[in-house]
Design a protein around this ligand. Sequence first.
Ligand code: NAD
Ligand SMILES: Nc1ncnc2c1ncn2[C@@H]1O[C@H](COP(=O)(O)O)[C@@H](O)[C@H]1O
Ligand code: PPV
Length: 263
Amino acid sequence: MDVQKVEAHIVGWLKDYIQKSGTKGFVVGVSGGIDSAITSALVARTGFPVLCVEMPIHQSPEQVNRAISHIKDLEEKYFNVSFQSVNLTGVFDNFIKAMPVVNDSEQRNLSLVNSRARLRMTTLYYFAGLYSYLVAGTGNKVEDFGVGFYTKYGDGGVDLSPIADLTKTEVYKLARHLGVRSDILQAPPTDGLWGDDRTDEDQIGASYPELEWAMEKYTEGKVVGDFEGRKLEVFQIYSNLHRANQHKMLPIPVCIIPPDYKN
Ligand SMILES: NC(=O)c1ccc[n+]([C@@H]2O[C@H](COP(=O)([O-])OP(=O)(O)OC[C@H]3O[C@@H](n4cnc5c(N)ncnc54)[C@H](O)[C@@H]3O)[C@@H](O)[C@H]2O)c1
Ligand SMILES: Nc1ncnc2c1ncn2[C@@H]1O[C@H](COP(=O)(O)O)[C@@H](O)[C@H]1O
Ligand SMILES: O=P(O)(O)OP(=O)(O)O
C-alpha cells in the first residue's frame, strides 16, 4: 500500500465531501484505539474544524490516557482541532436504573454493551447538530463489511466512513505513517464496552490478520470444504459472522405496498 497516496486520497475525499455537504467540520469519538486515532488524524489534516470527543463509560485509565494524549498531540499540530471530554458513566448508570429488571444476564449484558455505543452516538450527534458538523465513522473494512463487529446505530451510526475500505493491517500501516503514538499502536484492539480487558480477538475467536485472510478467501468464493485445521475454524468464524450480520451491511428492508393497494 502506498501510504502517502492513501493519506492524500482520504483527506481529499473528506474535503470534497464536506465542501459539497455545506457543513462546517467533523466530530469524532476518540477511544485510545487505533481506528479512531487514524480517523481523527485524517480529518485533522483537512484543515476544517475537528472536534475530538472522549467519552468514558467506566473506562480503564489506560484507555482514557491514550485517548487524551492522542488528542493533545493533534491539538499541538493542528490549529483546527479541539477537544471535548464528556463523561457518560453517570448517564449510563442512570439508564440502567431506568430500565426494568430482567433475569437473563447474558442477553442483558450484550444489550447494555450496545447501549453504551449508542449513548456515544447520541453524544456525537448532539455536537454535530450544535455546530453543523459531520460525524466521522471509525470502522475499518473487516469490522464493517467482513464480520459486522460493531453496534448497529451505535458506532455504526455515522455520516461518512473514511477508513472503511482499509483492512486492519492497512490501518496499522497508515497509522505508522501518520505518526500515531506507540502506546496506541501497541494496544490490542478492543471495543472497551464490557468493563473488563477482553480484546476483539477474545470475543471473535480469531485475530484481524486471520479474519482478513478469511475475508479474502470468502470473496474468492472458497467454501468450508476447501480448508482444514485452524484455517477451517477461522473460515467458519468469518462465514458465520458475515452471514449473521448481513442486516448491518445491507440497506434496511422496506415493506413495499403493491401499487394497486393504494388505488
Ligand atoms: N468496533 C468494535 O470493536 C465494536 C464496537 C461496538 C460493538 N462491538 C461488538 O459488536 C457486537 C455487537 O453486538 P450485536 O451484533 O449482537 O448487536 P447490534 O445491536 O449491533 O445488532 C443486533 C440488533 O440488530 C437487529 N437485528 C438482528 N438480526 C436482524 C436481522 N436479521 N435483520 C434486521 N435486524 C436485525 C436487532 O435489533 C438486534 O438487537 C458485540 O459483540 C460488541 O461487543 C464491537
Ligand atoms: N471512550 C470512548 N471515547 C470516545 N469515543 C469512543 C470511546 N469508545 C469508543 N469510542 C468510539 O467508538 C468507536 C468504536 O469503538 P471500539 O472501541 O472499536 O468499540 C471508536 O473508534 C470511537 O470512535
Ligand atoms: O475503534 P478504536 O479506535 O477503539 O480502535 P480498536 O477497535 O482497535 O480498539
